[in-house]
Design a protein around this ligand. Structure first.
Ligand code: PMV
Length: 324
């Protein structure tokens, strides 16, 4: 019996987080340096229908029936079985591995879901198209985050830079010049759900103020899209910095994030801002590739627990399903 493996990258939001939940646009790119990888293999000795989940990174080793029905992994498996029309699969084991840090704004949940859905559907002989994979992964995100915009599952499913808006879906981003981003992790775990809830509470208290900030962020994102498409690096940097100021006003930055943002700018980054839910997790800086290592070292000295340098090429390669 073959082993089917699928992988999915992490992601980073370049601009527009939080406002994207309120139907403003956002930009996101895949981050290939971190990956979720799911392998599916047949258990010839086990009875039909037995699905075993092994996720050594999180010390999980369990039968599907031992997970609550609304567990994200159970939702991903059951959603896939339903989508491919298989009620009782042959006995199988899903081996789930991921180097995407959890609760850090790098899309760990969506990466695992996308890899799992792709691998399981392919194993059962019915590989799913991107649209179906994306819809299933979104359902899992809803369980994890409550009111996700859908940007994480979309950028990870399609594995390309995207301009995303909730009501209109996504458009591929036509990046015209290579760019280098430096991602640095504060080490502070910050579940997206909680950050989204605090923004929601502020919005309920003072909708006019929040809406004005969302509008400002929406305008920044549209201008940033044009800057990316026209290769205007300096404009993009200024817009990222403006986005960070608006995110601070939304109360989703934190002392640790501010410290890393300041350290990046002081070390020569062109721009720096938090990325994702905020209140911890990661920041992202636009940097001169020749200085990326040096700025990364400055960020580690300022307290970053992990730094990733990622290059955005005009034509990012897509990820596929491997058979071995
Ligand atoms: O924390 P992350 O990177 O998973 O992203 C959250 C992005 C938000 O805009 C805050 C929420 C969302 O669903 O888009």
């Amino acid at each position: 019996m073959p082993v089917i493996t699928a992988s999915a990258p992490g992601k980073i939001i370049l601009l527009g987080e939080h406002a994207v939940v309120y139907d403003r646009p956002a930009l996101a790119i895949p981050v290939h340096q971190v990956q979720a990888k799911v392998s599916v293999m047949a258990d010839i000795r086990a009875p039909n229908g037995r699905v075993r989940l092994e996720a050594p990174d999180i010390q999980l080793s369990v039968d599907l029936t031992g997970l609550p029905a609304d567990h994200p992994l159970a939702l991903a498996v059951n959603g896939t079985l339903q989508a491919v029309g298989v009620e009782k699969p042959p006995a199988l084991t899903l081996l789930i591995r991921s180097s995407v840090p959890v609760a850090a704004g790098l899309g760990s949940g969506a990466a695992v879901s996308v890899a799992l859905i792709r691998a399981l559907a392919a194993f059962l002989g019915s590989p799913l198209g991107d649209e179906q994979v994306n819809a299933l992964a979104y359902r899992v995100e809803q369980r994890l985050h409550g009111t996700p915009s859908g940007i994480d599952n979309t950028v990870i499913t399609y594995t390309r830079p995207i301009f995303f808006q909730r009501s209109t879906g996504f458009e591929p981003l036509a990046v015209s010049a290579p760019l280098t981003f430096l991602i640095a992790d504060t080490g502070v775990k910050s579940p997206t759900r909680e950050a989204v809830e605090t923004v929601r509470r502020d919005w309920e208290r003072d909708p006019r103020r929040s809406e004005a900030l969302f509008d400002e962020i929406g305008t920044i994102v549209r201008q940033a899209r044009a800057a990316l498409e026209q290769g205007q690096q300096e404009t993009l940097a200024n817009l990222m910095n403006a986005n960070q100021r608006a995110l601070r006003d939304l109360n989703v930055s934190s002392p640790e994030l501010d410290r890393l943002v300041d350290a990046a700018l002081q070390a020569g980054a062109w721009s720096a801002k938090l990325s994702g839910g905020g209140r911890g997790g990661n920041m992202v800086a636009l940097v001169d590739p020749a200085r990326a290592e040096q700025i990364a070292a400055a960020l580690r000295a300022a307290g970053a627990v992990r730094t990733i340098i990622t290059h955005l090429q005009p034509d990012a390669a897509a990820q596929g399903v491997e058979h071995d």
